[in-house]
Design a protein around this ligand. Structure first.
Ligand code: ADP
Length: 319
């Protein structure tokens, strides 16, 4: 297509979700496959809205890896930046929301293919053609993926892309909170657009007041910081203004993928005109659209199946 390209860099994996809800992993009677990984969800969110997106990352040369690449292609996401590792296998996660409301995770990462992307394997041609370069997942703070990520980010930036970051902490996973914080903050400073949830922001700063925390993490390259607040919408910060945009009231059944839907929507609206983020009225319009996308995504089970097409978003906005 002739549309401006958004490259989304990071992990893609399969979440195995219990067939019965509200049970622990050990009690699950069986599991269903739910393809995911935040950067892959973001890429699909964009194409479902009619935009142009490519996923860059590594998969195992196994059944799961080829299944995931197929899902990207079916959804119109370019797979030109995907590599298959000869040895390591595709990342897998077992995820459940227990009856007590706590999420439980178990990961196959030993290491998995997504962490093994090497700098020399990158499709730089593709990366340099991006107008927005989005990144974010745990795999990109681990070598060699960390070096690949830094090289890709540099190439995209030099070619004129806007850099967008979502740390996607999946908080219960981290063995050491201190280490996680250090790693995240070491790559924080290059991003021009950052989206975090209120929970992640508190984790990263130790502050529960959003504005204090946001100020603490502000850096000179940053143009827009977004804090998502679930059913309370989002809060935005730029160098010259800040504010909030309310969420839509919907019938929420599963919040998986809401943040990725929000990010995909935002990026699809600013890709052709980065200056929108400096104009509060236009930015608020875009955030309203992104909140609508996030809200719709919570009304259906799973992440990818719940990402809305533009017509559905328009219907909610015009209600
Ligand atoms: P993350 O998935 O990153 O934790 P959130 O859960 O905050 O992000 O969701 C992202 C966006 O999706 C929110 O800013 C909001 O606009 C929308 N959203 C999430 N949960 C709900 C909800 N229960 N009702 C309405 N909108 C929601």
């Amino acid at each position: 297509t002739g549309k401006s390209l958004i490259v989304s860099f990071g992990e893609m994996l399969i979440d195995f979700v219990p067939t019965e809800s509200g049970v622990s992993l050990a009690e699950a009677p069986g599991f269903l496959k739910a393809p995911g990984g935040a950067p892959a969800n973001v890429a699909i969110a964009i194409t479902r809205l009619g935009g142009n997106a490519a996923f860059v990352g590594k998969l195992g040369d196994d059944e799961f890896g080829h299944m995931l690449a197929g899902i990207l292609k079916e959804n119109g996401v370019s797979a030109d930046g995907i590599n298959f590792d000869e040895g390591a296998r595709t990342a897998l996660a077992f995820v459940t929301l227990r009856a007590d409301g706590e999420r439980e995770f178990m990961f196959y990462r030993n290491p998995s293919a997504d962490m093994l992307l090497r700098p020399e394997e990158l499709n730089l041609e593709l990366i340099k053609s991006a107008k927005v370069f989005h990144y974010g997942s745990i795999s990109l703070i681990v070598e060699p993926c960390r070096s690949a990520h830094i090289k890709a980010m540099k190439a995209a930036k030099e070619a004129g892309a806007l850099l967008s970051y979502d740390p996607n902490l999946r908080l219960p996973l981290w063995p050491s909170a201190e280490e996680a914080r250090e790693q995240i903050l070491s790559i924080w400073g290059k991003a021009e657009v950052i989206k975090v949830s209120d929970v992640e922001l508190e984790f990263l700063t130790g502050r529960d007041k959003i504005d204090d925390a946001a100020l603490l993490l502000w850096h000179p390259n940053l143009k827009l910081l977004l804090v998502t607040l679930g059913e309370h919408g989002c809060r935005y910060f730029t160098k010259s203004f800040r504010g909030s945009v309310d969420a839509f009231r919907v019938n929420t059944v599963d919040t998986t993928g809401a943040g990725d839907s929000f990010v995909g929507a935002l990026l699809s609206k600013i890709v052709d005109d980065h200056s929108i983020i400096e104009d509060e009225a236009r930015l608020r319009e875009v955030l309203k659209f992104a909140n609508a996308c996030g809200a719709i995504t919570t009304t259906k089970k799973g992440a990818i199946p719940a990402l809305p097409p533009e017509t559905e978003v328009r219907a909610l906005l015009n209600k």
